[in-house]
Write a protein that binds this ligand. Structure first.
Ligand SMILES: O=C(O)c1ccccc1NCC(=O)[C@H](O)[C@H](O)COP(=O)(O)O
Length: 268
């Protein structure tokens, strides 16, 4: 008699412990994916395009297609493909595409359209709380997915393994020393340090340089990304020579000419 395949297990998450704005967003996402099929299917080959794009010399830019946010409200009614093409012309190395609908005005179609039209690796930017979200990211053509240690906690390593099973790179995001310790233990190859405290929305541009230095001192040899709050070349100067890449959303997305704003921001 043939045995049925083992049920994929759902790593336990303690989402009720996530405070503030982030806590509200992840509990909504958990309701959205309640009962979703956690099966990942067969192993998919890893192209590592997102990781490679961030390894060029100098500071690579991940430009974010962000139409709205809890901190800013409506930012701009961007056409995702037009925005992606403009970011590419302006010098972006990779894209971040929001798929969360309620607070960021994102949509899965935006990711699918961008992947189909623009030859840059794209990150699915969402609040991953279920394996189905990673399967979707791979199905929709993303090169990478965001994994937030503030949300996944001890389950970060399990989600990282699932992302790799699906052939995805993972941007493992931290905001504090204890989260960085978990990210380092998880085996992450790409760590993002968010300057924005996602429970209060307060931005402190000193967070990225501090934690990026700590990661390097701890011997981390992977890719390090500084995230959030960057508006000017002087802001970026604070992480040049330290970070491999920077993730920028609001300041670019809200500008009149996205390609020119991208060029201006990257000017040294
Ligand atoms: O941007 C927000 O207001 C926000 C609120 C709650 C959870 C996440 C949030 N943003 C996610 C990000 O970290 C940013 O989209 C990304 O790093 C770009 O930041 P920025 O350049 O400041 O838009």
């Amino acid at each position: 008699m043939t045995r049925p395949p083992p049920e994929p297990s759902l790593p336990p998450l303690n989402l009720s412990a996530v405070p503030g704005v982030l806590g509200r967003i992840v509990s909504e996402r958990a309701a959205d994916y309640d009962g979703a099929d956690p099966a990942l299917g067969p192993v998919r080959p890893a192209a590592r395009r997102f990781e490679a794009a961030l390894q060029s010399p100098g500071l690579s830019l991940i430009a974010e297609i962000k139409r709205a946010s809890p901190s800013q409200g409506a930012i701009a009614p961007l056409d995702p493909v037009d925005a992606a093409q403009a970011y590419r012309q302006g010098g972006a190395a990779a894209l971040s595409v929001l798929t969360e609908p309620r607070h960021f005005d994102g949509h899965p179609d935006f990711l699918r359209a961008v992947v189909g039209a623009v030859d840059l690796p794209a990150l699915r930017k969402d609040f991953v709380i279920h394996p189905a979200m990673l399967r979707e990211a791979a199905d929709w053509g993303a090169s990478a997915a965001l994994l937030m240690v503030s949300v996944l906690g001890e389950a970060t390593a399990a989600y990282l393994e699932m992302a790799h099973h699906l052939g995805l790179d993972a941007l493992v995001e931290v905001h504090s020393d204890s989260e960085l310790d978990l990210a380092l233990e998880s085996g992450a190859r790409i760590i993002g340090v968010n300057n924005r405290d996602l429970t209060t929305l307060h931005i402190d541009l000193d967070v990225s340089p501090r934690l990026i230095r700590r990661a390097r001192e701890a011997g981390f040899g992977g890719v390090l990304v500084a995230e959030s709050g960057y508006r000017t070349p002087a802001d970026l100067a604070q992480v040049r020579g330290l970070a491999d890449a920077v993730l920028v959303g609001s300041s670019l997305a809200g500008s009149a000419d996205l390609a020119q704003a991208t060029r201006d921001l990257l000017r040294e």
